[in-house]
Design a protein around this ligand. Structure first.
Ligand code: NDP
Length: 447
């Protein structure tokens, strides 16, 4: 079969086997659409049905998570873990707790994770998990009871050499702590089974900052290649969670000015530059809404609805909230305002038509697979430190992170050029991530 026919038939198969899972379809299509030239050059991938195998999770788990709320009433959520591909190492990828979670979201994230982890150059397969549980508005005790129930089932399937989950939307240090405690209690072992742990009990320095810092490091590498830097640049960051906060911190350290941030209700614009201490206090400590920022700082204006953030004039945009948050209308506004670079802090935050529009209009577009790989990279470094029973300094972990991001930029840039699409980093990231996984699957036989 020709490369084109293979791609089409695999995509048809994905649609048929995974009905209604739109986010998963979108993620698969984006990768498959990049792979034509690679398959032409490597017919052995077609012969060994690498594509047919890579779109099918090795294992998909779905389970009931019953727990008692503070009123003593029974609540029931649904838990997931998709162990997608272990060609490069133990399954690795975060857990997302958000009411929108269903199997299609977990599959899309798990699929992306395969290629992202490959790009880091570390030994990690791809996986993802989570639940439709909403931590918002729950007490600490409710979150703890939920996490304990979730881990009571999940602990049968994971382990430091098998599958190592981390955080994602709705899963931060608090949730990782509760889940780690329950795993340790049931299995009677203290191992690096989760990453994003507290620093006293096996966590790595820089893990909290890693995704945001890594995002800014890769953009900085791109800017350097253009003879530019963050110094004096105006930046818009969507979201105000883990990724957004630490991306903002690093932009500010490098001399850039972040003027807007958001949450799922709306966005703030502060022409004088966002005061990050206030955002950290509101979001990390008090778990409040971003709206509050405008009542603390009179220089800021709050606008209801998060989509409007792309109308804010900027040189660089870092979508760092959630999937499909930057649509064609947003992309048009960015181009109109002469934005030069969009880098995805979140997973798949840009709709396909918006990404095409940005690329057509010569905006450098760094896809999440590459741009937000810093988080999982430092998770990989946390696993390495846990195996050594040793903790690195902040400087060492940060230097390793930076090095990994610089290498990712080089590899996606080179791959885009090698396959005739210079500067198209979507194609570059998909190809560079895919080839290593495909070669490893070939070497490991039909499994
Ligand atoms: P957090 O839960 O810390 O923050 C998420 C942020 O996004 C919050 O500001 C949240 O606002 C906002 N948000 C969530 N859902 C929506 C929505 N439907 N519409 C608009 N805004 C929304 O998550 P992270 O910062 O960890 O993750 C953000 C993104 O980055 C996700 O796509 C995640 O998969 C990706 N990512 C995270 C990594 C990590 O290390 N944490 C690693 C790689 C990727 P609100 O509080 O109102 O819900």
């Amino acid at each position: 079969m020709s490369a084109k026919n293979t791609i089409e038939s695999v995509y048809e198969l994905v649609l048929k086997r995974n009905p209604g899972e739109n986010e998963f379809h979108q993620a698969v299509k984006e990768v498959l659409d990049s792979l034509g030239p690679v398959l032409e050059e490597n017919p052995q991938y077609v012969d060994a049905c690498i594509l047919e195998r890579i779109v099918e999770p090795e294992r998909a788990l779905m389970f009931r998570v019953p727990w008692l709320d503070d009123k003593g009433k029974v609540q029931v959520n649904r838990g997931f873990r998709i162990e997608f591909n272990s060609a490069l190492g133990p399954y690795k990828g975060g857990l997302r707790f958000h009411p929108s979670v269903y199997i299609g979201i977990i599959k899309f994230l798990g699929f992306e994770q395969i290629f992202k982890n490959s790009l880091t150059g570390l030994m990690m397969g791809g996986g993802k998990g989570g639940s439709d549980f909403d931590p918002k508005g729950k007490s600490d005790n409710e979150v703890m009871r939920f996490c304990q129930s979730f881990m009571t089932e999940l602990c049968r399937h994971i382990g430091p050499d098998t599958d190592v989950p981390a955080g994602d939307i709705g899963v931060g240090g608090r949730e990782i702590g509760f889940m780690f405690g329950q795993y340790k209690r049931i299995r009677n072992e203290f191992t690096g089974v989760l990453t994003g742990k507290g620093l006293n009990w096996g966590g790595s320095l820089v893990r909290t900052e890693a995704t945001g810092y890594g995002l800014v490091y890769i953009v900085d590498e791109y800017l350097k290649e253009q003879g530019q830097s963050f110094d004096g640049k105006t930046v818009v960051v969507s979201g105000s969670g883990n990724v957004a906060i630490y991306a903002t911190e690093k932009v500010q350290q490098l001399g850039g000015k972040v003027v807007a941030m958001s949450d799922s209700n709306g966005f703030i614009y502060d022409a004088q530059g966002i005061k990050l201490d206030t955002v950290k206090q509101l979001k990390e400590v008090e778990r409040k809404r971003i709206k509050e920022y405008a009542s603390i700082h009179k220089s800021a204006k709050y606008t209801e609805g998060c989509g409007g953030i792309w109308n804010v004039k900027c040189d660089i945009a870092l979508p760092s909230a959630t999937q499909n948050e930057l649509d064609l209308e947003g992309a048009k506004a960015l181009v109109k305002n002469s934005c030069i670079c969009v880098a995805e802090g979140a997973n798949m935050p840009t709709t396909p038509d918006a990404a095409d529009y940005l690329i057509e209009n010569k905006v450098a577009f760094l896809p999440g697979k590459a741009a937000n790989a810093g988080g999982v990279a430092v998770s990989g470094l946390e696993m390495a430190q846990n195996s050594q029973r040793y903790a690195w300094t902040f400087e060492r972990a940060d230097a390793e992170l930076k090095n990994i991001m610089v290498n990712i930029y080089k590899s996606i840039s080179e791959a885009s050029e090698k396959y005739g699409a210079k500067g198209n980093y979507i194609i570059g990231a998909n190809i560079a991530g895919f080839v290593k996984v495909a070669d490893s699957m070939l070497a490991q036989g039909v499994v």
